[in-house]
Design a protein around this ligand. Structure first.
Ligand code: ATP
Length: 306
């Protein structure tokens, strides 16, 4: 049976402006995304009977099933494979195996990343030969972060985040990523933001020129002072201990630190590996987070490995 494997990075938002709640319940956003080299892998093996299945593992040996990720039709990778099969008129099925590294419900778009990797792997395993434009439009149907995770790099996202255009970014950045033991639900964080904003006029979202200028400069010190996230106050309102995590990272000399997307993962910009080790050590010994890893960005989006 033919098998194809795709690898996909996590994303963070360097800036995230959230507009007012729309009548359909969604919010327009204006964001700057960057991919980090924390990768999930999705292996797709064709099966003749038309069924689509998924298994999710937390370990390289694929012995341990990941407890927090659904394995039915609500898995975003399954939804991606099903949608691609419909669009391309495919009747072959696929067994998907996800090797999960991206924190689940961590504000790093792990589910969307798996959907993007599944589109790439299934396009190969089903020998569809679909171009980027078709994959982009299927991706946009699946979720607002999926198109960015197909492309990767550093980009501006508007609409619900699904309309992306590349951002001119010089150089490479080093991040310290502090994960929490328990995830936060993205809809809950948006609902909390609406509650906090109930008595104020929320402007239409815009990406500040300052963050784009900092990215063009290639200076981590400049970028560090420009990190912003409108969802941060809502994430902290639901999880007050995130304030402690941010204070520890910033107190240890990080150039900037924010909650990533809807949280609860916090990310800290650092100068280099040694600086990253200092900030990581402070975070790990503070016991204000579950795990600490270093990562680099930007990196390419979903790519075929084999
Ligand atoms: P968002 O893209 O909304 O910021 P997130 O990064 O906070 O999301 P995800 O890891 O994408 O969170 O998971 C959100 C929820 O989606 C999880 O609680 C999980 O139940 C569900 N889910 C469905 N498919 C997947 C998948 N392949 N990987 C991870 N989570 C998945």
């Amino acid at each position: 049976m033919t098998t194809s494997t795709a690898r996909v990075p996590a994303k963070i938002n360097l800036a995230l402006a959230v507009g007012p709640r729309r009548d359909d319940g969604y919010h327009d956003v204006a964001t700057v995304f960057q991919t980090l080299d924390l990768h999930d892998e999705v292996r797709a093996t064709a099966r003749p009977d038309g069924q689509i299945t998924v298994r999710v593992h937390a370990d390289v040996d694929e012995q341990v099933e990941h407890a927090d990720v659904p394995t039915g039709d609500d898995n975003l990778a399954v939804r991606a494979a099903r949608r691609l099969a419909e669009v391309a008129g495919v009747e072959t099925g696929v067994d998907l195996v996800i090797r999960k590294v991206i924190p689940v419900a961590g504000g790093m778009a792990g589910g969307s990343a798996d959907a993007a990797a599944t589109l790439v792997a299934c396009n190969a395993v089903w020998k569809l030969g679909l171009g980027r434009d078709v994959l982009d439009s299927v991706a946009a149907d699946l979720g607002s972060d999926v198109p960015f995770l197909l492309h990767g790099g550093t980009a501006v996202g508007t609409g619900r985040g699904e309309r992306i255009s590349p951002a001119l970014a010089r150089g490479s950045y080093r991040w310290v990523v502090a994960t929490a033991a328990e995830g936060l639900s993205t809809p809950d964080v948006y609902a909390e933001l609406d509650r906090l904003n109930a008595h104020r006029e929320v402007p239409d979202p815009q990406v500040s020129e300052d963050v784009l200028t900092a990215l063009r400069s290639g200076s981590p010190a400049e970028l560090g002072t420009m990190l912003t996230n409108d969802l941060q106050k809502a994430a902290i309102s639901l999880r007050p201990e995130l304030r402690d995590t941010l204070d520890v990272g910033l107190g240890a000399g990080a150039l900037g630190g924010i909650v990533s997307g809807s949280g609860p993962t916090c990310v800290f910009l650092v100068h280099d590996e040694q600086h990253g080790l200092d900030v990581s050590f402070a975070l790990a010994s503070s016991l204000t987070c579950a795990d600490v890893v270093q990562a680099r960005g930007p990196v390419p989006g979903a790519r075929l490995l084999s």
